[in-house]
Design a protein around this ligand. Structure first.
Ligand code: SF4
Ligand code: SF4
Length: 374
């Protein structure tokens, strides 16, 4: 079959490797258009998956100028993969847009929020190290332990109570004190478009983990980074990463069903990176089922069709108002079907829901820790 456009991508040659994905969207009747949380929150054609991919395609060919109005849409994506799951081609929109961010940033163009993330990254990494040092003051932690937990920066800094629950739970589940990874996985750099800096940060984490025999990862964003993105950059860790919820689900019989549960709905929200990203849907439900003594309540849009919290892909930095609207939509869905407590398994979702919801929002790590408490 003749290719739709055989001209070289002379303006953004970095995108030549993404030609297939870009062409699929550009010449598509937009079957995924209702799936995108960003274009649903801000109804502009350029913010649909088709619009973002087409703009990247035209920018790569030099058909549109690389100014903010043509390049910023590459950052208007949470990486939720909802489009991919409603696409007949299962087209890789989010990873292609991350590549587009890099190609555009390499030409000196990026939204202020993304540039800020790159500029402030060293400060971010230092703050994370401090937070991890504070979390390390615990009977569940031993610096030289060969089993290491990567909590993720958001858990360590913004939700330390949940990070402590995860540290306690992981140490109980593996049967020994654990060490804590001090380095950020670098994902914010990849989302911003700074691929070289991402690779350098990934190498730092790899070097830190060199003598570890076991790695447990709490945040699904970090788990996606080490399990999916690192291999694409040729970064090999010394050990395979286990995702925290899967570790807990493996030991579900050790969790004690909870007494005195409030008479309230407990609804599980699938984080996009854990669900559509890593395909983990059953493990958190198994844990909640055990602890509640019944299946958790569900959203109408759940599992593969679960709606995004708006917290991914750096959207809270690049388009904060749109990110808030996406979280509000999810909370409205929760309220319309009876409300109650939300349980999720991702620090970013936890934070965006807590900023929006009136009812309590908790993390699965807290539930696992409760089930392991003597
Ligand atoms: S993701 Fe699939 S359905 Fe959506 S515009 Fe691209 S090719 Fe079309
Ligand atoms: S990955 Fe999610 S946010 Fe990004 S374009 Fe697809 S549906 Fe929209």
């Amino acid at each position: 079959m003749k290719r739709p456009d055989q001209r070289p991508m002379h303006a953004l040659p970095m995108l030549e490797s993404q030609r297939g994905a870009l062409e699929k969207c550009t010449f598509c009747p937009k079957l995924c258009r209702s799936a995108c949380p960003v274009s649903n929150a801000e109804t502009r054609e350029t913010l649909t998956p088709w619009g973002k991919m087409s703009l990247a395609y035209f920018a790569a060919h030099g058909d549109v100028p690389l100014d903010a109005s043509h390049s910023d849409p590459a950052w208007a994506c949470t990486g939720c993969n909802a489009c991919k799951h409603s696409c007949d081609h299962q087209n890789e929109v989010s990873t292609t847009l991350y590549q587009a961010r890099s190609a555009i940033m390499a030409k000196g163009q990026s939204p202020a929020g993304a540039s800020r993330v790159v500029k402030n990254f060293d400060q971010h990494a230092n703050r994370t190290r401090h937070a991890i040092a504070e979390l390390g003051v615990s009977n569940s932690v031993r610096r030289d332990s060969k089993t290491c937990l990567l909590t993720g920066c958001s858990y360590a800094r913004a939700t330390p109570r949940e990070a402590k629950d995860a540290i306690f739970a992981t140490s109980q589940l593996v049967g020994e004190p654990i060490s804590l990874a001090e380095n950020c996985c670098g994902l914010p750099l990849l989302m911003a478009g700074a691929q070289d800096a991402f690779r350098a940060q990934a190498e730092r984490l790899r070097d830190e983990l060199r003598d570890k025999k076991r790695l447990v990862v709490l945040d699904p964003g970090c788990a996606m980074a080490v399990k999916v993105h690192y291999p694409k950059f040729g970064i090999d860790l010394s050990t395979d990463a286990e995702v925290f919820v899967e570790l807990a689900a493996t030991h579900v019989a050790r969790l004690k069903p909870l007494d005195n549960l409030p008479d309230q709905r407990v609804r599980y929200h699938d984080p996009c990176q854990l669900g559509r990203g890593l395909g983990i849907y059953d493990a958190p439900r198994l844990i909640l089922n055990r602890l509640l003594g019944r299946a958790p309540d569900e959203f109408d849009y759940r599992r593969e069709k679960g709606a995004c919290s708006g917290a991914g892909g750096l959207l809270p930095s690049t388009m904060p108002e749109v990110a808030k609207q996406i979280a509000k939509r999810r909370i409205s869905e929760h309220e319309e079907i009876g409300g109650g407590k939300i349980v999720t398994a991702c620090a970013s979702s936890l934070l965006s829901f807590r900023a929006t919801a009136e009812e309590p929002v908790e993390d699965i790590a807290t539930w696992v820790a409760r089930g392991l408490n003597p």
